[in-house]
Ligand binder design. Structure first.
Ligand SMILES: [Zn+2]
Length: 387
């Protein structure tokens, strides 16, 4: 159940009280939300659509009030029903299962920004609407376009959820170094464990080379997210967001331009933006993507559009709701999953890597001892310079 819906009549994203207030002319604080006249119910079914999949058939749901305490227990909202009374959402629509736009894949709610950056981006979005750079109808068109992309490009998750964490452990053990020789064991406080970690599972070498080639470093957050996806959605399909790889390059370029050129961001880039890398900021990516979407993904046109909206000094607050979209959610984790499950080199998911390291360390120590017992063959003592 989405809390807002797109109104064709008002070309705006509205929650139920906002929509009813505009329809009836009754101010927001005088609205009754516990029962609706039939003509408003009929109008809602005609006018409103789901903000994600575009389903019609909105049904007004009254706010719920506890009879004893008179406390509000449910916010007035919409449901989308087909003529038979069933759920009208498209099967892949997140609103079929969730209420809150914040929990839906990619949607960025500018209405109630929780952080500094999203508040700044909201002001810019209001400026964009004020300057006529884009409209709420464009934001809706972009959401529907994204929904179509999500339906068209799907990839099945077959990866064992234990694999991403194993790959991370092996990856961080592989520091490039000179190949081990038993003579290295003579080094005082030799790092047996470190060398064993590097050598314990050579079967993964092909896979690690592939990761390096694609520049997909298994970072902690990416691995955690890939593990969650592989656990929750094993055997199901997800949006193959890798189809957006060229668009992500463009969006990141535009985000860089915005951060470098817009005063509030430039001044705060080390303090406020450094914590999270800019390319992982959903609000900024949502704004950049909207500008690019409106510009047919031409970077220079999108930068010109940004200049127009950023010229507005104090845009009026836009009444209604602003729901943007970051189309690149899960880009890295889905990319990691695809690479790991498609790679010709596969890791045994039952591998106990720490045990493999211990076994390898024992073997290295034995090889060193055997080399000593054999009288340190090929051991060439260093000659001093004057001998
Ligand atoms: Zn929907």
């Amino acid at each position: 159940m989405p809390l807002t819906a797109y109104s064709h009549r008002f070309a705006a994203e509205l929650d139920l009280p906002q929509w009813l207030s505009r329809m009836t002319g009754v101010p927001l604080d005088h609205l009754r939300l516990e029962g609706f006249e039939d003509n408003w119910r009929h109008a809602a079914a005609q006018d409103l659509e789901c903000p994600s999949c575009g389903a019609r058939g909105a049904v007004l749901v009254a706010s719920g009030v506890d009879r004893k305490t008179r406390r509000k227990v449910r916010q007035a909202t919409f449901r989308f029903r087909d003529p038979d009374g069933g759920d009208a959402h498209a099967p892949l629509c997140d609103f079929a299962a969730h209420d809150d736009p914040a929990s839906v894949e990619g949607l960025v709610n500018f209405q109630s920004p929780k952080d500094w950056l999203t508040r700044q981006v909201r002001v810019l979005v209001c400026g964009g609407i004020q300057a006529g750079v884009f409209t709420q109808a464009d934001m809706r068109a972009m959401r529907l376009w994204f929904f179509q992309q999500r339906q068209s490009y799907r990839v099945e998750i077959t990866l064992d959820p234990r694999i991403p964490e194993l790959v991370r452990s092996i990856w961080y053990s592989k520091m490039p170094s000179i190949p081990f020789s038993p003579s290295h064991g003579d080094i005082r406080d030799f790092d047996w464990r470190g060398v064993a970690r590097r050598m314990a599972y050579p079967e993964a070498d092909g896979l690690l080379a592939l990761l390096a080639e694609r520049r997909l470093w298994p970072r902690d957050d990416m691995v955690a997210s890939a593990t969650r996806l592989a656990t929750r959605l094993h055997g199901q399909t997800v949006f193959d967001v890798s189809v957006f790889s060229e668009k992500l390059v463009l969006a990141n370029s535009l985000v860089d331009f915005i951060v470098d050129s817009y005063g509030a961001f430039r001044a705060n880039r080390t303090v406020r933006l450094a914590k999270n890398r800019v390319d992982r900021q959903p609000a900024l990516l949502a704004l950049a993507s909207l500008l690019l979407f409106k510009s047919d993904w031409h970077l220079s046109s999108a930068a010109e559009r940004f200049a127009r909206l950023a010229a507005i000094s104090a845009p009026p607050d836009v009444l209604g709701n602003l729901i943007g979209l970051n189309p690149f959610t899960d880009y890295w984790s889905v990319g990691l999953i695809r690479l790991l499950q498609d790679s010709p080199t596969q890791i045994d998911p039952t591998l106990d890597f720490e045990q493999a390291v211990s076994d390898c360390e024992r073997n290295l120590r034995r090889a060193h001892q055997a080399w000593i017992d054999a009288g340190r063959p090929n051991h060439t003592p260093l000659h001093s310079s004057n001998s």
